[in-house]
Design a protein around this ligand. Structure first.
Ligand code: MN
Length: 397
């Protein structure tokens, strides 16, 4: 079975979106969890953006030794040099060069002709390859790029030494059939050469990032760029946990595997919410507080008889702690605090008191509570917090 590589860009595309910025030590904590998850590449930052970003990439490259580390650069010498400097300590560095290729971006944003774009792509990929073994090229706004020109772009990048070609739907405009067809055309044009990996990078403006990524896999793409909890520019990137769980649950249909340790998904999601203070929606697929909660009586009855009746993924598969908790009048708050910690929630005293009150009430009714029951309650109580904080900081600004 073919392997689809998972390129995580939580620390770059995710981190650059409002409310998700991380300092170096936070990036490092997250990078270690991404390594535990066994992602194939960690994109650690955009070194030209700031000195702090350069140092964060350097630190991740120094400390995380068993996963290739990527750094982003526009197709400009200053960008590429900064990325190369940041990647120096990496065991397996990957330079990620990008340039927009749609006529809209070329004429309005870059004020550049197609010919100049081809020249810069060739020059910067070649320059990068003089220093690192793996150069990935991204054609920004590929989803809205003239397909014949996009084929030419790919040819130039490959001839200059790029071995990974990423064709992003930068603005989240594509639909699955279209996005897959783009890759099919490019593969046919290039003649499917050995040693070249095609890559998808999708945004969720129409809620199609995961669907588009999966369509790309069907069209032969073997790298997917995605983020934990789907964080990223605007509506976010394709969510890593949704992509890998979809590929795992529907393995027969896709005929591919990933190297991801599924039981590290929930811990990764919770670590990111802890670092950024931004909770995921309760109904978020795979990692939401309600993803494994069953409210309706008919559903509960089915689940008790056999979980397969209403559950296509078991909570344990994706790492939701399976400790069932006997909560009653005699249970202590400390036990609850520990259970909340297992589930990724750090409650303050007032929140703990409120959760305790509701959990014991529920326990009186149902005797035994499971992790999934407590998840929903904790989420409801704690989610009020970041909203209040955001209101506070915006009034200061
Ligand atoms: Mn992006």
């Amino acid at each position: 079975m073919d392997t689809v590589r998972i390129f995580d860009t939580t620390l770059r595309d995710g981190e650059q979106s409002p409310g998700f910025s991380m300092n170096t030590s936070e990036k490092l904590r997250m990078a270690r969890q991404l390594a535990a998850l066994n992602v194939d590449v960690i994109e650690a930052g955009f070194p030209i953006a700031s000195r702090g970003d350069l140092e964060a990439v350097q630190m991740v490259a120094k400390e995380v030794r068993d996963v290739p580390i990527a750094a982003l650069a526009r197709a400009r010498k200053g960008d590429v040099s900064a990325a190369l400097e940041a990647l120096k300590p990496a065991v397996a560095p990957r330079l990620h060069v990008f340039l927009a290729t749609s006529d809209l971006h070329l004429s309005v944003k870059l004020k550049m002709t197609r010919e100049q774009a081809l020249e810069d792509i060739g020059a910067m990929v070649r320059y990068g390859r003089q220093h690192v073994g793996v150069v990935e090229f991204s054609a920004e706004d590929a989803g809205r790029t003239d397909i014949d020109f996009l084929c030419k772009v790919c040819r130039v990048a490959v001839d200059a030494g790029a071995t990974v070609l990423n064709l992003p739907d930068t603005v989240g405009y594509a639909v699955p059939e279209e996005y897959g067809a783009m890759f099919t055309r490019v593969r046919e044009f290039l003649g499917d050469p050995d040693g070249i990996t095609l890559s998808a990078h999708c945004h969720d403006d129409l809620g199609l990032a995961v669907a588009n990524s999966l369509a790309a896999v069907r069209a032969g793409v073997r790298q997917i760029e995605c983020t934990i909890n789907g964080i990223g520019e605007r509506a976010g990137n394709a969510s890593l946990e949704e992509v890998v769980v979809a590929l795992a649950v529907r393995k027969e249909s896709f005929g591919v595997t990933t190297g991801i340790r599924l039981d590290q998904l929930f811990p990764a999601s919770r670590l990111l919410t802890e670092i950024t203070g931004a909770q995921v929606a309760p109904n978020k697929a795979v990692v939401g507080a309600n993803a494994f909660a069953h409210e309706a009586g008919i559903h509960q009855d089915g689940i008790i008889k056999n979980p397969l009746t209403y559950e296509i993924i078991s909570p344990q598969t994706v790492g939701v702690p399976n400790r069932s908790l006997v909560m009653g009048k005699h249970s202590g708050r400390n036990a609850l605090r520990m259970t909340l910690k297992d589930l990724g929630f750090e409650a303050n005293d007032a929140e703990l008191a409120e959760i305790y009150r509701r959990v014991t009430t529920l326990a009186d009714e149902s005797k035994q509570l499971r992790a999934r029951d407590i998840l929903g309650i904790a989420h409801e109580v704690i989610r009020r917090r970041p909203a209040a904080m955001a209101a506070e900081s915006s009034s200061i600004a």
